[in-house]
Structures are given as C-alpha cells and as structure tokens.
Design a protein around this ligand. Structure first.
Ligand code: 2AM
Length: 171
C-alpha cells in the first residue's frame, strides 16, 4: 500500500490570544458562513497542495533559510470575496512580509514545487461560504513572530492543521 501524500502550506499561525479575540469579534458582528475554527486561524503564505511525504525534508530545510525579520500586521480591513471568503486584511502590507513571500516563492520554484502565479493578497480567513459583508471596522495588531509549515488533515471533527515545522522571527 502506498502512503498518501501530505497536503501542505506555509502560513503565519495566529497567536492564541489574538485568535480568541478575533473569534469573539466575529461572533459579535454576526458574520454568516462557515466559521474557521479558532485553532485554525492563520494567514497563508504559500499553498503547496498535495506533496509526496518524501519531499517533506526539502521543505523543512527551505524553512531554515527564510528571512527572519519580525513585523506587525495591522488587520484593519474586513472584506468578502465573490468566492464567499470573509476575511481580515492589512490595508498596508509590511515590507518584511512581501520579502518573505517573494523569497518563499522563489525557493519553491527552485525546488520545482507548484507556486501560485497570482499576486499575493495577505488575508486571514474568518469564514467561508459567506454571502453578506457585515458593516464593521476591525482594528487588530498582530505581532508576527512565527512561520509554520502546516499539514491540512481531516478528522471526524473537521479539518485540522498540524504544524510540522516552525521558524521564529526576530523582533
Ligand atoms: P485561505 O488562505 O484563503 O484561507 C489551507 O487549505 C489554506 O491554504 C487555506 O487557508 C486556504 O485558503 C489556502 N489555500 C490557498 N490556495 C488554496 C487552494 N488552491 N486550495 C485550498 N486551499 C488553498
């Protein structure tokens, strides 16, 4: 029997305190759609999709060479895309985040991993299948101190994101 591939993505994991705040805020504004679990809140940097297990070590090595400059994200915009993704985003994308994503994409290409061609739109998904944009003005500061390689796994309780690699950023 062959071992199934992993479903991987690099992301910024939302710190627990902020995730709890966002969860409560989302409830308070009466957001519709299917909420993302509080433990799953994150910002995707690069989605890899299906990856053979044997290639995991390449990604763990790649993680070690990523830029390590810490930054703060000001989540000051609530938006909804036509695909039903209700999200928070920063109206200004910090330079270190742009550098990080640029470098990550560059290294993934060099290793022959599939890479998103579209421009990077930093966002934290709050809910999926949303049909209504609540009228609300967010203002959350997210001190970004960690990059994580996640494996997206299905369990009887829904999708679970398991951290398989973590790299800390230097303030
Ligand atoms: P999101 O960043 O808009 O929330 C794990 O599936 C994460 O990777 C999700 O957060 C998801 O969307 C993001 N992602 C990006 N491209 C994806 C794709 N083609 N399929 C599934 N998830 C994708």
């Amino acid at each position: 029997m062959t071992t199934p591939p992993l479903r991987l993505f690099f992301a910024l994991p939302c710190p627990k305190d902020l995730a709890n705040l966002l969860y409560a805020w989302r409830e308070g504004i009466g957001a519709d759609g299917r909420p993302v679990d509080v433990a799953n809140l994150h910002m995707t940097l690069a989605f890899l999709g299906s990856v053979p297990r044997g290639r995991k070590s390449e990604l763990l090595e790649l993680g070690k060479t990523l830029p390590r400059e810490a930054f703060t994200l000001q989540l000051d915009h609530l938006g909804r895309w036509r695909n039903g993704i209700l999200h928070l985003s920063p109206s200004i994308t910090p330079e270190p985040l742009l550098n990080l994503v640029h470098r990550l994409r560059e290294m993934l290409v060099a290793l022959d991993f599939p890479v998103e061609q579209r421009p990077f739109h930093p966002h934290l998904t709050l809910a999926r299948h949303s049909i209504r944009l609540p009228d609300a003005q967010p203002s959350f500061a997210w001190p970004v101190r960690k990059i994580t390689l996640f494996s997206s796994e299905n369990s009887p309780r829904g999708v679970h994101y398991r951290a398989i690699g973590d790299w800390s950023l230097n303030p």
